[in-house]
Design a protein around this ligand. Structure first.
Ligand code: ZN
Length: 87
């Protein structure tokens, strides 16, 4: 698991904007990200511990990768919907 910071997630989102991978929701906090060019598919998971956000991806990268960057948009929308539903 890698801690998400403002800096590393911004980088990842920028890279995702260039790569434009396809993001599919598996369930809340779990996403499948497919590179449209290579067809490679990876799974991204988000975790929140004591208000700190973490992410992990099963690709080779050991940093916040663009798969995580691509997923976080969908994740933020879903997280907001869950909060609205619970509140
Ligand atoms: Zn990845």
């Amino acid at each position: 698991m890698i801690e998400i910071t403002k800096t590393n997630i911004e980088k990842a989102i920028n890279k995702a904007r260039q790569t434009k991978p396809f993001v599919k929701v598996i369930e809340f906090r779990r996403y499948q990200v497919t590179n449209k060019t290579t067809g490679a598919t990876y799974e991204v998971k988000f975790t929140k511990i004591n208000n700190t956000k973490y992410a992990e991806c099963n690709c080779k990268a050991t940093v916040i990768c663009y798969h995580i960057g691509a997923s976080i948009g969908a994740h933020i929308v879903l997280a907001e919907q869950m909060q609205t539903a619970n509140g």
